[in-house]
Design a protein around this ligand. Sequence first.
Ligand code: SF4
Length: 431
Amino acid sequence: MTKRKLKSPELLAPAGTLEKLKIAVHYGADAVYIAGEAYGLRSQAGNFNYEEMAEAVEFAHARGVKVYVASNMVTHHGNERGAGDFFRIIRDIGIDAVIISDPALMQICATDAPGLEMHLSTQQSAVNYETLNFWEDAGLTRCVLGREVSMEEIAEIQEKTNVEIEAFIHGAMCISYSGRCTLSNHMSNRDANRGGCSQSCRWKYGLYDMPALGERYKVGAGEEDTDITEEFSMSATDLSMIKHIPDIVENGIDSLKIEGRMKSIHYVSTVVNVYRRAIDSYLEDPENYELDSAWIDELWKATSRELNTGFFYGQPDESFQLFGERRRKQAYKFAGEVLAYDQETGIATVQQRNVLNTGDSIEIYGPGMRVFTQELGVMVNEKDEEIERAHQAMQIVRMKVDQPVRPHDILRKANVKKVRQDKKKELQQQG
Ligand code: SF4
């Protein structure tokens, strides 16, 4: 029997900083997206200056990984100033494409930086093939679909367009329509479409009984307060397509995007690691592919909201919203990164990222889903002194590890607060 040759989709990871970019590449991303110091949508993320971009491109290209720059803000009058120089410089640095939303920026990019590929941002809410064909005619080579498209629609779009398709497969969802939300603008005077979203949808709101509220505002009504019957938020659950990799690959989506340029190294490494393994497993042997429950367990270690499939399989119902629920505490905390390993002695040099104590139960994981748990023994600091607690930020320590490790392997440990939160919930449920 000859094996079916399936197209390998690109796994596209967020890279809020140079450090995160390198981690994403080590853990198996085929491409990463970053932002420059202007024109992006995350003013709070660690945006790249030109020097950092050049280093990012050199590092990524040496490993066959592409680098895209998100320039997807909606420009108001005057915001576009300097964009021509920006696009020309990043093209010359070697950036592979810009992710762009505003037609004004597209025109400037095409005129001032010919040769720099343009990908349509999800901010343009492209959700049908005619729209994709329109953007292809305008010179764009890829469209990031709006998150509101279903798998069935993707299959049809795929058949009727030649432009590359990119879709979000993991990460936070907007409760509002992609690229159309102005809630943050109204609530906090921060423009969501110019990089300032204050996540107002996730705030706690008071839910009032409307007839009672109407009474209150009637002429002559008293000043007595109307009771808030419930606290709620409009927060959506996060998207995760880990259980549907076959569907994604079979439908020929060209690029699979993970959301989260603001997320930690722990998050980026964990999520990229899991999807890399799942995609490769399917491509290797689609007929015998099975979802491994360990992949889902792994994702939960870096997840803080419930996971769901968004719009892929129909309209999300109320179970796709968090309403009044608190954000979950992440089950594990990022505890350190391996810098070096001595095979002869079995000693790892680690940069700590959270307090490490002798006796802690730690997990060490690396690319390819290598993972093991061990109890932490005595550590040695940079002065060669034995210590039982590494609490200084970014402290370098040496420690004995039970299995071989490699640079960029990550240490994590259980989040005690989360364990307590779960225990409390369990006790409440028991009444
Ligand atoms: S307020 Fe919420 S729904 Fe609106 S853009 Fe921000 S995250 Fe998305």
